[in-house]
Design a protein around this ligand. Structure first.
Ligand SMILES: Cc1ncc(COP(=O)(O)O)c(C=O)c1O
Length: 409
């Protein structure tokens, strides 16, 4: 018997890139090899990568922390009380949600860990988790790894990738346990409106469902559009677990700091299982990140950069026959429809060869992602490096359109 047959099927089927070449962006050595070849990596949602971008206040706090000797030890598995106080203040200011720092917040090593932890207590074998499609790729797998079933709920380009509540209603069964909402959504760049959140909330309440809200990108909304936390919708505090991160808006992915907030009945379970499920978060990371919460005005400067880049990309890609993109409402990614030129797998490969740019094949973001590319415009510190890579992509796509005799729409 193969040793893998002893595993849970959802784990046994995984491909980690050790025995075959995997297309997944985060495992295997494909990415390393591409970097060596001078390929621009616009495939990691890691702001300003590969350039240095640590705010001075964070750098100072990290150095001070190291000098103090504190990072040799745990703070607490449930997180630094000082950091949780800062998070409570910010959550009140931004979303109007009152959090007791010692009862409603747990710190974790980034929101990937946070998402799995958030879901773990709820999923019995066969329980169904509704995940909108397209969505953050990892969010399709978590339920399956936990022994549950992922139910993909399509959203559509013609709706600007906003949600259709009837698609949720159609898929409701007596096994439905949870709705997983990524807001703002990576890869589509959509920030869901109050109205659609209210509709989804009513659906959750009526059918007694739990909502896990992945808000890793909550700080990246453009044009002052309202970013609403699902937990603030009446009736949802009772049943929502919100997962957040310092990785995206604050651009501090390497510190590995995320947090979950929920009501105290739910949080009691997370506190009770923290050591088993996530261990503790890095003491150094927690001490270093605090100044970013005390003064997060640097986020506005980052948003200015992302804003320039999305507008540049919008003009560039919409001028190419067979290619189109919508203006993202949030995130530092763009989501391009290239279905007029070929499949997303073909075009991803073509762009590595012809433009020396690596982007993400849309199929990794769900069935509805076929024919699309996700491009991280938030990489590189200098706008000019980002624009140069986008220009190379656009030139290559123009050439392909010409070769295929595809005219301007
Ligand atoms: C939507 C979304 N949620 C969560 C994460 C996880 O980020 P982290 O673990 O760095 O907080 C990512 C990372 O790309 C993401 O795109």
């Amino acid at each position: 018997m193969s040793i893998k047959e002893l595993m849970r099927p959802a784990f046994a089927q995984l491909d980690g890139g050790l025995f075959s070449v995997t297309e997944k962006a985060d495992v295997g050595d494909v990415q390393e090899r591409m970097k060596e070849m001078g390929v621009a990596m616009m495939s990691w949602a890691d702001p300003f990568m590969p350039d240095p971008s640590l705010p001075e206040s964070v750098e100072k706090a990290a150095i001070q922390a190291i000098k103090s000797g504190a990072p040799a030890h745990y703070i607490m598995p449930i997180g630094s009380p000082d950091l949780k106080t800062l998070i409570a203040k910010r959550t009140k200011e931004r979303f109007g949600i009152d959090l007791d720092p010692q009862r409603n917040i747990i710190i974790n090593p980034g929101s990937d860990v946070g998402l799995m932890f958030a879901m773990a207590p709820w999923i019995n074998p066969g329980d169904e988790v509704m995940v909108h499609d397209p969505s953050y790729g990892s969010n399709f797998l978590n339920a399956e790894l936990l022994g549950g079933v992922t139910v993909r709920v399509p959203s559509y380009e013609e709706d600007g990738w906003h949600l259709r509540i009837e698609e949720y209603e159609k898929r409701l069964t007596d096994k439905t346990k949870m709705v997983l909402l990524t807001n703002p959504n990576n890869p589509t760049g959509v920030c869901y409106t109050k109205r659609e959140l209210e509709e989804l909330a009513a659906f959750c309440i009526k059918n007694d469902l739990v909502c896990v809200a992945d808000q890793a990108f909550e700080d990246t909304v453009f044009d002052g559009a309202p970013m609403i936390s699902m937990a603030s919708i009446p009736g949802m505090w009772e049943r929502t677990v919100t997962v957040c991160s310092a990785s995206k808006g604050m651009a501090l992915s390497g510190l590995r700091v995320g947090w979950i907030y929920a009501n105290d009945v739910i949080m009691d379970v997370y506190y009770g299982s923290a050591v088993n499920m996530q261990g503790a978060t890095s003491t150094l990371g927690q001490l270093a990140v605090m100044p970013a919460f005390e003064d997060d005005s640097f986020i506005a400067d980052y948003m200015q950069k992302y804003d320039n880049r999305r507008k540049y990309a919008f003009d560039l890609f919409n001028s190419i026959p067979g290619v189109s993109m919508k203006m993202p409402e949030a995130t530092f990614c763009i989501w391009i429809n290239i279905s007029g030129l070929g499949t997303s797998t073909e075009i991803t490969k073509y762009l590595i060869e012809e433009a020396r740019v690596n982007v993400n094949d849309g199929k990794f973001y769900g069935t509805m992602g076929q024919g699309h590319l996700r491009v991280v415009t938030g990489c590189f510190w200098n706008d000019s490096d980002c624009f140069a890579a986008l220009d190379r992509m656009a030139d290559a796509l123009h050439r392909l359109a010409e070769k295929k005799h595809i005219g301007v729409r």
